[in-house]
Design a protein around this ligand. Sequence first.
Ligand SMILES: C[S@@+](CC[C@H](N)C(=O)[O-])C[C@H]1O[C@@H](n2cnc3c(N)ncnc32)[C@H](O)[C@@H]1O
Length: 233
Amino acid sequence: MSIDTYIERYMREEYSTITSETEFVGKLLFDNVRGRVLDFGCGPSLLYWAMFMHSAESIDGFDILPENIEYLKRILSQPEKPAIYKKLADRLQNTLLKQNRKDLIKDCFAKINKLRSGDILKRIPFKKGYYDTVTEVGCIGCVNTEAELTKAVSNMRSHLKTGGTAVFVNWTDRKTPIAEEVPQFDGAVPVTKTLFAEAFAKAGFRDIKLAYKKNIPSSEFATILYGTAKKRS
Ligand SMILES: C[S@@+](CC[C@H](N)C(=O)[O-])C[C@H]1O[C@@H](n2cnc3c(N)ncnc32)[C@H](O)[C@@H]1O
């Protein structure tokens, strides 16, 4: 089976409906993302989250899997977008924006700038000290050791301008079903408040705010560890 099949499966399983997880992560992005944005481990799903980045000026993204980047570029080049974006636009207009924005999808997608392959543990092919916001949704939790976590977080910090904000979201105990087939979609590092607070402090971040959004028992959602941190001089 080709990786394209996994991507289709991932998008279908994770992003074909607007769940309460979507609402939660989307609002976090909506409230905290500003200016020039770089998304770490953007997956095939960056366009989905970009819908919530209302105050972004431009959005760059990278992922270790070149196939994810090709998939995003393909959707950007198609005139007809998947139906989920229309649903998201309707929901956003009603809940967060409180205004009718006719060209919302077009405007969001127009913000997408550079999409490239890159590894959070290596030299990243984007400008350092340039971004107002760096985001990651389920990416830094894909590393395997505490040392790798600190390296990934240091890379987030070095791409921010002074005063910039990192916005991060990771799942504590859910194995993405697709990870059985594509190991890059999951990792072995424990996603805990203590470990993440330590990694962000070690990487030189300040004003580190971290919290759990607890799973609702018997729901399909796992607990999320989310937060923001600032790059101070
Ligand atoms: C659980 S998925 C999340 C994708 C996307 N951010 C989302 O919200 O759906 C994790 C993503 O991180 C990427 N990833 C894993 N390890 C990475 C690394 N070392 N460098 C860059 N991307 C990585 C994977 O390829 C995958 O796209």
